[in-house]
Design a protein around this ligand. Structure first.
Ligand SMILES: C[S@@+](CC[C@H](N)C(=O)[O-])C[C@H]1O[C@@H](n2cnc3c(N)ncnc32)[C@H](O)[C@@H]1O
Length: 231
């Protein structure tokens, strides 16, 4: 078990408003790991929670920078990617990345990919629908990394995310999940407790100002035959 680190969360370097774009009302700019990221967002979109960059996404990006994490020749999948910022960074850091979310979010992700990923990298990035607990059988189980930020917020989703994680992962997979704890400290802690029955779960980093926790999870032999959800 490694020592839990503390970090400061990165913020956007600038933004500008966009008029007349069907998907985005703003473009936000971020700098991390030596890359400048350009992310279209739409805080007033009717598409749900995935149209802004959540703090936990910034936490994962910052963690990759702080720890010097690279994804060269690694297969990476992200669940509930929202704007796609984390996956876009993982692709720029060398990963063969599958970015997933609900079908209605895929167009904005595609556009954000096109703002950031040079055409020579395009084969490294796939954007696919993956609804938790529903579409996961369509995906393989050979990912090196599974990423997720601010996705553990509705109790009914936790068993679906667990089922999806168990399908996508193998004994070598590393899962990095980040959560902004103040949104629902009790629920989110319980979600990690449930996941910890199936994965060795370690709090590896924390941004205290924004209450963002980064967890690293790896394979663990189950202690029970069927999932036990902790209420
Ligand atoms: C709070 S947002 C976080 C977005 C992004 N990960 C971030 O941190 O900026 C939660 C994301 O999970 C996605 N989501 C919610 N329910 C889902 C489901 N059942 N299957 C797949 N994705 C889902 C939403 O569309 C949204 O993009």
């Amino acid at each position: 078990m490694s020592e839990m680190k503390i970090m400061k969360l990165m913020g956007k370097t600038s933004y500008h408003c966009i008029h007349g774009d069907v998907d985005f009302t703003k473009k936000e700019f971020y700098e991390t790991c030596g890359f400048k990221l350009e992310i279209g967002v739409n805080p007033v979109s009717e598409l749900g929670f995935g149209t802004i960059v959540w703090e936990a996404a910034l936490g994962l990006c910052q963690y990759f920078e702080k720890e010097g994490i690279r994804f060269s020749n690694k297969k990476v999948i992200e669940l509930g990617a929202g704007t796609g910022i984390v996956s876009i960074l993982a692709a720029l850091l060398g990963g063969d990345v599958t970015i997933t979310d609900k079908p209605k979010l895929l167009n904005q992700i595609e556009r954000n990919v096109s703002f950031n990923i040079p055409s020579s990298f395009k084969l490294q990035v796939k954007v696919r629908a993956l609804r938790w607990g529903r579409d996961h059988p369509l995906f393989p189980s050979d990912y090196d990394y599974i990423l997720g930020s601010d996705i553990l917020y509705f109790p009914q989703n936790i068993p679906l995310i667990l089922e999806t994680l168990l399908h996508l992962s193998n004994e070598k997979t590393i899962v990095y999940f980040a959560s902004t704890m103040f949104y629902s400290p009790k629920l989110i802690s319980q979600a990690y407790l449930t996941l910890s029955q199936y994965f060795e779960t370690e709090l590896v980093c924390r941004c205290e100002v924004k209450d963002v926790n980064i967890y690293r999870m790896t394979d663990k032999t189950p202690t029970t035959t069927s999932p036990q959800f902790i209420e």
